[in-house]
Ligand binder design. Structure first.
Ligand code: URA
Length: 191
């Protein structure tokens, strides 16, 4: 399936199951050798129709700079393509983690998206993409920075860049994982 066909399928599924919600598609070209997968779009992403912009995008850019990976060389997407929201009694809208039914709706499309982009290395950011792709037995605390495999590709689990901001010790672990990702990508001639 081509990337255009994957995105058309996602659009059709969203119109049927999430009417009125604007999907945020992956960004980048088929053939990118590195694919980054986050959780779901937030408010900025929904407003701009692009993954990882705004605050989350700034964190991601810092991470890419740390590993010396040019953003143009990577394909960036999320497991869930619509913004999961909670609406308070007073009408305030906030982000929430995706529900497992939402992850389940989008997972078959994520797998098609991975096959269409055909990267050598998939980098998952946080628990949501890790568990969606490798199963619930995996936790980021146990497998971060350790190479896994997915349909014959290498999968490199990282903490979510947003989750490490307020956690000093996690930040150091994350920084070491990111540097080691940059090193292995060069060792494997992926970059
Ligand atoms: N923005 C995204 O696009 N994905 C995340 O996982 C977080 C923020």
């Amino acid at each position: 399936m081509t990337l255009d066909a994957v995105n058309a399928g996602i659009r059709e599924m969203c119109e049927r199951k999430y009417p009125g919600r604007r999907p945020v598609f992956g960004e980048g070209k088929a053939g990118c050798t590195v694919m980054l997968i986050g959780e779901a779009p937030g408010g900025q992403e929904e407003a701009q129709g692009r993954p990882f912009v705004g605050k989350a995008g700034k964190n991601l850019d810092e991470f890419l700079a740390m590993a010396d990976i040019p953003r143009e060389d990577v394909y960036i997407t999320n497991v869930v393509k619509i913004r999961p929201i909670r609406i308070s009694k007073t009408g305030t809208i906030s982000n929430r983690a995706p529900a497992s039914a939402e992850t389940g709706d989008f997972l078959p499309w994520l797998l098609e998206e991975i096959r269409a982009v055909d990267p050598s290395v998939v980098v998952t950011l946080g628990n949501t993409p890790l568990k969606a792709l490798l199963g619930n037995g995996q936790t980021i605390g146990a497998v971060h920075g350790k190479i896994q495999s997915l349909e014959g590709r290498r999968l490199y689990p990282l903490y979510h860049p947003a989750s490490v901001i307020y956690n000093r010790s996690l930040r150091d672990v994350y920084a070491a994982d990111v540097r080691s990702l940059g090193e292995v990508l060069r060792e494997w001639n992926v970059l």
